[in-house]
Design a protein around this ligand. Structure first.
Ligand SMILES: [Zn+2]
Length: 626
């Protein structure tokens, strides 16, 4: 070996040309505190990591790697190796994105730093490169670590660091389904990684996650566009490859189990889909190392990988018996079933029943004309969703049992700081909706959203009370649909003004749950939502734009919330429906004297005086707008 070669070698550590997999097996040590298997790393324990690490290595031309996985099986370790091995052998600017800043900090502190320290201590790799952050001017903080030739930045998906423009060579999107869909310029978090790594020819992007909900899963979207590799293992009997699946009672493959008299699971085996013979759990010791990824689209550039908890190495927590127990405990709860599908089987979960298809609703439109009210609708209310450049208005007629009829839907486009827009809104409030009896009905109660343009809406409502009320959508869970109002106008002494504007909180989550339940009703009657023919598809698309989803908070507990099905889909009509319902509640639909109202309309329709004296009802404004 010549002097020249030697000097190059000295300058370019390490002196071997290893891929990330070889590097990990040779140098990586896992800390006692963060993993089940600490000490010298052995990729052979979790063979599904091997091909993933090879693709992430600089020697592979692959730029993007996608891993759809269960919780607690190798995904984070791959990420740690990605960062450490690249820093050691081919350093470059790196960005590691976690769903939140807190998670980013915790990933750096609890995963990266202990692994780094344990590795330095045992193998000496990376020694002296990444300085202790306790040393002043080391260039190192929890969220940023600078080393020769590169850096690591850790950031929450909502932080400014993610949006900076300088390019990074290595990018990791961890827990990709926890990352907001709205992160990118057009609502696609995938865009972000392309943008941030754009100028690097030898860039690497690693996306991994346990999937959450069907139609909303970032990782599933990314996986679908990838080579779609699944980790398949040979059957110890017939040697045929297969992807392990949970299966079911009626399937001739998958997990089969036995219970004792106390319903405890005492045995779980896997039935081979090919030879139908039973495989015992211990046989995974033979099967896993012989596993390979079978790619559905082998020519695609983005490499996708998928495996589930049935591949958990022998001796780890989630053995097959444990997985059956989790499944049995989940069987009767949609929430737990989702957890099982997501965290064990690495599959997305579809929540049924919560969201009707827009075409189903539009196909049930009835032959009454817009602006006319069928006989059952006896009280008209409206809801207005307010944005900087538009008002979205829904008008409904209500009757017994909260059965209701859409009578008008419209949008007013224009700058809401301008008077014209509100003049047009006044025109709608002054409209007459023709009841089947011949009587003209006016809007008895109108709710206007003051969330975004508070001052303007207050001014508008103040002069039109009590028919028009200012409302805001409460973010709190389990709120009443219409809460108690707060007085917002105070005089110069700080006392509330008697006839000042009131702000009414609306429990949007509760209202949406009820409205969606009612959209799913098949027979007209209590609570049923009617639609007239002639309403644009746009309306139906907007009112079905959301669904109730379960996500997991930091502690792993499921949290339910209404979310847009797709980041960009507009939902103004749905918001307006919520406010319209709140206005109906304020108008007193719960205690309304429907019979009296109906008789009086009939009399008035015949040109007679009211036949029944209406009990004075605190909240009814039958006069309509003045
Ligand atoms: Zn077999």
């Amino acid at each position: 070996m010549g002097v020249y070669t030697q000097s190059i070698k000295k300058g370019l550590e390490p002196d071997e040309n290893l891929n990330f997999l070889e590097w990990a097996d040779k140098y990586l040590y896992l800390p006692r505190e963060s993993t089940k298997e600490y000490g010298k790393y052995r990729s052979g324990r979790t063979p599904m990591v091997k091909e993933v690490l090879l693709e992430l290595s600089p020697s592979s031309p692959t730029e993007e790697v996608v891993v759809q996985k269960p919780t607690q099986l190798a995904g984070t370790t791959i990420g740690i190796i990605f960062l450490l091995a690249s820093a050691d052998m081919s350093p470059g600017p790196s960005l590691c994105v976690q769903p939140t800043g807190t998670l980013a900090e915790s990933f750096s502190k609890k995963k990266i730093t202990p692994t780094l320290n344990t590795t330095i201590k045992n193998s000496g790799r990376l020694k002296g490169k990444i300085k202790d952050r306790k040393i002043k001017d080391s260039g190192n903080t929890i969220l940023e670590k600078i080393f020769p030739g590169g850096s690591w930045r850790f950031a929450g998906s909502n932080s400014g660091a993610v949006y900076r423009s300088e390019s990074v060579r290595y990018m990791m999107l961890d827990d990709f389904d926890g990352i907001e869909r709205s992160i990118g310029a057009d609502g696609d978090p995938g865009e972000l990684s392309d943008r941030r790594t754009g100028t690097f020819k030898n860039r690497k992007i690693y996306k991994n996650s346990t999937p959450l909900l069907k139609d909303m899963s970032n990782i599933e979207d990314a996986y679908k566009l990838s080579s779609q590799g699944r980790f398949e293992v040979p059957c110890p009997h017939c040697k045929e490859l297969q992807y392990l699946e949970f299966g079911g009672k009626e399937t001739e493959f998958g997990i089969k189990f036995e219970r004792n008299d106390d319903s405890e699971v005492i045995k779980a085996q896997y039935q081979c889909i090919h030879c139908k013979k039973m495989i015992d759990e211990y046989q995974k010791e033979w099967m896993l190392p012989r596993g390979v990824y079978v790619h559905k689209y082998p020519k695609r550039k983005v490499r996708g990988f998928k495996y589930n908890a049935l591949y958990t190495p022998v001796g780890w927590v989630n053995d097959w018996i444990k997985i059956v127990e989790i499944f049995l405990a989940a069987k009767n709860s949609a929430e737990k079933l989702q957890t099982f599908a997501n965290t064990i089987m690495a599959e997305t979960f579809e929540q049924r029943g919560s969201r009707p298809a827009w075409k189903t609703l539009s196909s049930r439109a009835e032959p009454y004309k817009i602006t006319t009210v069928p006989s059952g609708g006896l009280l008209v209310t409206s809801g207005t969703d307010v944005h900087d450049n538009r008002l979205d208005i829904v008008v409904r007629a209500w009757g017994r049992g909260e059965e209701n009829w859409l009578v008008y839907w419209t949008r007013i486009f224009g700058d809401v700081t301008k008077q014209e827009v509100w003049d047009q809104h006044d025109n709608i409030l002054a409209m007459e909706f023709k009841h089947e009896s011949g009587v003209g009905l006016r809007i008895a109660s109108a709710a206007v959203d003051s969330g975004d343009n508070t001052h303007i809406v207050y001014n508008y409502c103040r002069r039109r009370r009590p028919v028009v009320m200012a409302i805001y959508g409460s973010q709190k869970k389990n709120q009443p649909i219409l809460g108690r109002p707060a007085k917002k106008d105070v005089d110069y002494m700080g006392s509330t003004i008697k006839n000042g504007v009131q702000l009414w909180p609306v429990g949007t989550d509760s209202a949406k749950s009820i409205i969606y339940q009612r959209f799913n009703l098949i027979e007209p009657g209590l609570g049923y939502y009617h639609f007239p023919v002639g309403i644009d598809d746009e309306y139906y698309q907007q009112i079905t734009a959301e669904k109730l989803v379960t996500t997991y908070n930091k502690k792993g507990f499921p949290v339910k919330a209404w979310q847009n099905v797709r980041g960009n889909r507009q939902n103004h009509a749905l918001d307006a429906e919520v406010y319209c319902y709140a206005a109906a509640i304020r108008a007193g639909i719960a205690t309304m004297q429907w019979d009296a109202l109906e008789l009086n309309y009939a009399a008035k329709g015949r040109g007679q005086e009211p036949v029944v004296a209406m009990r004075k009802q605190r909240k009814v404004r039958s006069r309509g707008i003045r």
